[in-house]
Design a protein around this ligand. Structure first.
Ligand code: IPM
Ligand code: MG
Length: 446
């Protein structure tokens, strides 16, 4: 078999972004190497720090630069000393629009036992499919009459039939693939132009999918339904702004923003995708080791799927299932005390354990008799045959270097399960988490 090379651009960005990306890359590398491939990573220093140094967040031709790669793994941008809109427009939205990443895919999956403020989330498993290039994020508008006390601002929401058609087409395909129902989110009762066009084009697309059950739900009712009946959801199709808001709400069902992955991709699956955790840069916890890397790691699994490394993606998802099942390998936002590096070490162990079954499938789960694959099954993860699996190889993560703090893992396992259970039931450690503090998820969101 010819060796397959995956060329990745890694943009850590600001705040916890570099920490979660650093935790993710070795896991992806090990998963790719487990199938006989090679991961080659180029680190791009784009973000707030570069802005303070050079006056620009990213080069003007950022979309063209990333087109040279197979995919982009992105952490987060935003820091207190840079105005929020600058990295968002010069990096996040520039890449989404510049690469025509018309679809933003945001799965919501409740892993067994991961605490959520919503009481009953067992079995919740749906995906938000968000339009990603226009709507309220089109960037068209202006301000006038400044300084008069009667200033006005206009923000034009743009909805084109072409964009609605392509995102709806993707969403209905996804509903068919999952054999799941689809909800099309709207607000055409109050916004009679843009969302009326949404309703019309969605109905046209739906006519081509007679096998998919679908309904239209207004966004306010949708917010309530996501809390009241989250298991009734399969695919949630939404405009840019509605999808942004509903995907944060969805993330809470899955244990918080730290758990939530996303993929920004072209509707037809071609081209370079941008894969990023839904959370922001959380500057308040940056550097403290409290960042949950799983949203970024699961984004990495989506990246692997998108680039044709399906077996490696399955290895990563299995490793995440094993890791969240281990109470000693949870960060504070999901009821544990482990650090980012300890979770990363656990993930890496679980990924490589798949290639060393004699030693470790028992250790890697912390309980005898439950293999990584079994734990993945329990967590409802998709199982993919190991078509790519090859014998062991050394792991190289390319230019980004190794994993910090890998040796710290044994400290986490010194905590007894009872101690960890205490933290799960609410006696969590001091110190904020992205999920606890609204500032974390909004400051520098990206
Ligand atoms: C997200 C973020 C972004 C968005 C911001 C940073 C522009 O909130 O990815 O959800 O609204 O799309
Ligand atoms: Mg958001």
């Amino acid at each position: 078999m010819t060796e397959r090379v995956l060329r990745l651009a890694a943009i850590g960005g600001d705040g916890i972004g570099p920490e979660v990306v650093a935790a993710t890359l070795p896991v992806l590398a090990a998963a790719v190497e487990g199938g006989g491939g090679t991961l080659v990573v180029s680190d791009l220093d784009w973000g707030g720090e570069r802005y303070l140094r050079t006056g620009e967040v990213a080069p003007a031709d950022a979309p063209d630069i990333v087109r040279n790669f197979d995919a982009v793994l992105f952490g987060a941008v935003g820091r207190y000393d840079v105005p929020d809109d600058i990295p968002v427009w010069d990096l996040v939205i520039r890449l989404r629009q510049g690469l025509q990443l018309a679809v933003n895919v945001r799965p919501v999956h409740a892993f067994p036992g991961v605490p959520s403020p919503v009481r009953d989330v067992e079995g919740v498993d749906f995906v938000v499919v968000r339009e990603n290039t226009e709507g309220e994020y089109a960037g068209i508008g202006g301000r006038a009459h400044g300084g008069t006390g009667a200033e006005i601002a206009v923000e034009v929401a743009v909805h084109s039939a072409a964009a609605i058609r392509r995102v709806a087409g993707y969403a209905f395909q996804e509903a068919r693939r999952r054999s799941a129902p689809l909800v099309a989110v709207s607000k055409s009762n109050a916004m009679r132009h843009g969302y009326a066009l949404w309703d019309q084009v969605v109905a046209e697309v739906a006519a081509g999918f007679p096998d998919v059950a679908w309904e239209r739900v207004f966004v306010d009712a949708m917010a309530a339904r996501m809390i009241e009946r989250p298991r009734s959801l399969g695919v949630v199709l939404a405009s840019n702004l509605f999808g942004d808001i509903l995907s944060d709400l969805g993330a809470v069902l899955g244990g918080g923003l730290g758990m939530a992955p996303s993929a920004n991709i072209c509707a037809d699956g071609s081209g370079v995708g941008l894969f990023e955790p839904v959370h922001g840069s959380a500057p308040d916890i940056a550097g403290s080791g409290a960042a949950n890397p799983l949203g970024c790691v699961l984004s990495g699994a989506m990246l692997l799927d998108h680039t044709g490394f399906a077996a490696a993606a399955a290895r990563v998802r299995d490793a995440v299932a094993v890791t969240v099942a281990d109470l000693t390998a949870r960060t504070p936002d999901i009821g544990g005390r482990a650090t980012t590096a300890q979770v990363a070490a656990r993930l890496l162990d679980a990924v490589t354990a798949r290639r060393r079954p004699a030693r470790s499938e028992r250790d890697s789960v912390g309980r005898p008799g439950l293999t990584a694959r079994e734990a993945g099954t329990r967590a409802g993860m998709t199982q993919t045959p190991d078509a790519e699996d090859q014998p062991d190889r050394a792991t190289t993560v390319g230019e980004t270097g190794g994993l910090p703090g890998r040796n710290a893992a044994p400290e986490a396992s010194q905590l007894s399960e009872d101690e960890m259970a205490d933290t799960v039931s609410g006696a969590g450690p001091a110190g904020g988490t992205a999920a606890d503090e609204p500032e974390s998820s909004t400051a520098g969101n990206g």
